[in-house]
Design a protein around this ligand. Sequence first.
Ligand SMILES: [Ca+2]
Ligand SMILES: [Ca+2]
Ligand SMILES: [Ca+2]
Length: 226
Amino acid sequence: MRVFLTAVAAVGLMSSAALANPWFEQGDAGDFPAGTYQVTQGFGPLTTIHGATNSATQDWVDSYCIKITDVQAFYATTNSAYDSNAMADWDTRLFLWDLQGNLIMANDDTPSPWSSLQSLLTDPSTYPHVLYNDPQYIIPDECYILSITGYSNDAMDATNTAMVAFGSDFDALHGQAPGTGPFSHWENLGATGEYTIALNGCTFCVPAPGTLALLGFAGLVMRRRR
Ligand SMILES: [Ca+2]
Ligand SMILES: [Ca+2]
Ligand SMILES: [Ca+2]
């Protein structure tokens, strides 16, 4: 009986973990591409990323590796009106990159009806304006880099030209502006603060070893029960 209860407890733990799995910034996440990015580790849906940027420590950007599992359902937002799990009381920007540093999409401010200075990356049909974006670029079950920074920090090419023309429409979903070169560095200025990015259609970049051990343990216990 004790073995059976242990198995039930282990499965119950996995179920609750699958419902909502946060990632908490470990130390300071790198800024990509000049620094590294932080590799999220865990099991099940990745639903929130909690962290902070801080101008006092020159921490202008935090970048995380995530895996997008459901392209249609995918979103990342700091706007609590869009997802009540999101949090940021400052003017955020979100960027999504592939691992080679090619820009997938970027947004500064959430469009109507959730209008706010916080940001939203999701299906292009959500936006009244999509500028230079190719929504076919996300490949299911591939890893991408999600960067959070603040207005008016820009991603720059090697000639110090902003890769995204946010000023042409802050509420739009943007791709890379025509005529700009590959991602080189950040401008490194602007708003910073604490944040919770709410996510959907994502999982962790790599499965956490501890979680795999738990799965193995549960399987062992259930086999012994038979
Ligand atoms: Ca940070
Ligand atoms: Ca950082
Ligand atoms: Ca903004």
